[in-house]
Design a binder for this molecule. Structure first.
Ligand code: B12
Length: 217
């Protein structure tokens, strides 16, 4: 099975809320057990969830249906974690991830957290609605390499800027790489606020996190 087929099947399993199919494709990918097929699986699940988000917005599906699809992906991923002993994979680095204060959207953030974990990163997921002060305190305590934040509202996007400012104010900015994401976020926004990278989806996040670790800080 090539990576395009995996992406398509994973995406359709989410769109059709077909848990049995999601598990079947996940098990097939586990047999192949290489990074490219796992990336393709995640990409497909991510795309499926993104399209479900759009369908919800258009009023085509209900919120419980949308949440069910993201749970379905989480269950399939739990299957992966059970089979692959994450400790056996090289630890590429530690990433702290959170949805910013005032924002309760966490579907995309959780997908990205799962993807990074699967790619071999240690991930500390602080959840949603997390104040900048908590993000920095936790980053300091766990000595993380990358601080990744998600913002889904134009009104909460400013929290990512606040984080950059607070990191500088506490004179710890140079210790971390920062990564920003979420629907209203752009590469231009990242540049404007001084974040290190913007990522559009889970595959992009994995790719750029790997690059950041290679380049060091
Ligand atoms: C589901 C949803 C909700 C759910 C959230 C459930 C949950 N547990 O997350 C509920 C119903 C609770 C909700 C509430 C609200 N919502 Co809402 N919501 C959505 C919706 C339909 C889908 C979001 C989603 O989950 N998409 C699927 C995931 C997979 O995609 P994603 O989040 O974009 O994530 C991907 C990328 O962005 C990226 N990414 C995301 N985060 C990160 C982080 C990092 C570090 C990286 C690298 C990458 C990354 O990777 C992900 C995977 O590929 C969007 C519309 C849309 N199409 O985006 C509106 C939307 C985001 N919501 C919106 C609004 C206005 C609200 C409310 C204010 C509504 C209200 N009046 O009450 C409240 C806000 C509550 C709050 N304080 O946060 C607006 C925001 C408008 C704006 N620009 O500000 C949107 C765009 C809808 C719209 N068109 O008006 N919402």
């Amino acid at each position: 099975m090539n990576t395009d087929t995996i992406k398509k099947k994973a995406m359709n399993a989410i769109l059709e809320a077909d848990e049995a199919e999601a598990f079947r494709i996940t098990d097939q990918v586990l047999k192949l057990a290489d990074k490219d097929t796992l990336d393709a699986l995640l990409y497909g699940f991510g795309e499926g969830n993104r399209m479900m988000g759009e369908a919800f917005e258009k009023g085509e599906i209900s919120l419980p249906e949308l949440i069910y699809s993201s749970e379905l992906m989480k269950n399939a991923m739990a299957r992966v974690f059970k089979k692959i002993d994450i400790r056996e994979i090289e630890t590429l680095g530690t990433i702290l991830i959170a949805t910013v204060e005032g924002d309760i959207h966490d579907i995309g953030k959780s997908i990205v957290a799962t993807g990074l974990k699967l790619a071999g990163f240690k991930v500390i997921d602080l959840g949603r609605d997390v104040p900048v002060s908590v993000i920095i305190n936790e980053a300091e305590e766990h000595d993380v390499d990358i601080i990744a934040t998600s913002a889904l509202l134009t009104t909460t996007l400013g929290e990512q800027k606040k984080l950059e400012f607070a990191l500088r104010e506490r004179r710890v900015r140079e210790k971390y790489n920062t990564m920003v994401g979420g629907a209203p976020c752009t590469a231009r926004w990242a540049k404007k606020i001084g974040a290190d990278v913007y990522c559009g989806d889970v595959s992009d996040a994995i790719k750029k996190a790997r690059e950041l670790m290679k380049n060091g800080k």
